[in-house]
Ligand binder design. Sequence first.
Ligand SMILES: Cc1cc2nc3c(=O)[nH]c(=O)nc-3n(C[C@H](O)[C@H](O)[C@H](O)COP(=O)(O)OP(=O)(O)OC[C@H]3O[C@@H](n4cnc5c(N)ncnc54)[C@H](O)[C@@H]3O)c2cc1C
Length: 397
Amino acid sequence: MTIFNPQTESDVPASMKGVWFDTASDRIINSLRLANLGSGSKIETDVVVIGAGVSGLSASHAAADAGLGVILVERGPFAASGASGKNAGIVCMGANMHLSELSDDSYNWLWTETTALAMDLYERSLASGSFVSARMVGSLSLALNSDDSESLHKEVEARKALGLPADLLGVDEIRKKTFNRLALEGVQSALWLPQEGRCHPWSLCAQLAEEARTAGAKLYGNATVSNIQEINGTWLVRLEDGTEISAKALIRCVGPTVHPNERIYALAFAIDLPEMFPIFQDAAPFTYYDFRASDGHVVCTGGPYAKAGQQDVDKDHLKEMAKRVQAWLPELAGKEPKYTWAVDLKVAPKMVPHLEKLGQVAPGSSIEGLGALGVLPGILLGRKAALNLVSTLRIDK
Ligand SMILES: Cc1cc2nc3c(=O)[nH]c(=O)nc-3n(C[C@H](O)[C@H](O)[C@H](O)COP(=O)(O)OP(=O)(O)OC[C@H]3O[C@@H](n4cnc5c(N)ncnc54)[C@H](O)[C@@H]3O)c2cc1C
């Protein structure tokens, strides 16, 4: 049975309730709650940020920290209303593909910089008063055939060439790392990435929101942007309620749930696994199922996608996913998942997170390509977008 917290139950939308709501403290939930702007107001600021996911919160923090006036507008009443509040909470580096699959080295920075960011996140989770609950438990990609083993071997080489730790493990080592709890028949080897881990998604967004507020950014909810125009070198952002915000610069962080093409599934079973239980996943990138244990649950996400909005197939996809969890963890046989959810997302194979320039004269950026693996890249690109604008606005002054 799901027990809701009476203090916070009333205003948390049903669409946000689930495993992360039930495992978040009141302090986290309160930090995600956003203030309301008076409707119909006219406001001026240096930077307007759209979207209160990991990207928008990070962009707001970086811009405010550099001394700019920042207003963030979010359509939901809480931060983390989009993908950032519904993801699997796996701290994984790079993009949704193997590093060894890149055709050149122009995106190597994404792997090295997200790795540094992950280290920072684990460290911040240890600081007193931190909201972040994160742990470096490592991850295992499990190969069931020799082709997958071979491609994991290539991945080890590619990571090592960039100075990132990676290993190919045999079955005995995999058994030890997974506390002898996984059914490993058929497994040939596994890619071991010791720096990957997990983070409670709401705890991360609460931390980013607090940092943005502390730096002076103003974060507003129930504020849906209906129109954006560039007029005489200034941005005019109109909200559905008639509010108008004029700003020197714009950062658009509306995330992968806007204009979705695919439907991704997730579920969580109740199970007690050791605190240091690693992330594990099937070896095939993009269509893999991944598994993450913590706080008395194992969360599974991914697998083959459905088409966005195709709710009639939800039951079949979730049934298949539950079977996959039970195949790896036979102790769950005969049990039902405690939570299931589905999210429509914009995703594509080999999609790489990047910034797109907006506007002719007024500085503007849009964060694109985060898809189903965008937490660390979103934080990184949010900061980069803000710092680019900061230098442009300083030059223009
Ligand atoms: C089931 C699932 C599992 C995932 N697992 C992982 C994982 O384990 N690890 C990982 O790294 N990534 C994962 N991801 C991907 C990750 O969650 C996203 O890439 C990332 O959260 C995107 O962050 P964002 O801030 O860009 O977008 P979002 O978090 O979606 O934030 C965008 C915000 O913009 C708001 N918005 C949109 N339009 C408007 C508007 N017109 N006006 C005002 N506000 C607006 C939205 O309400 C939303 O809050 C997963 C995603 C899903 C769905």
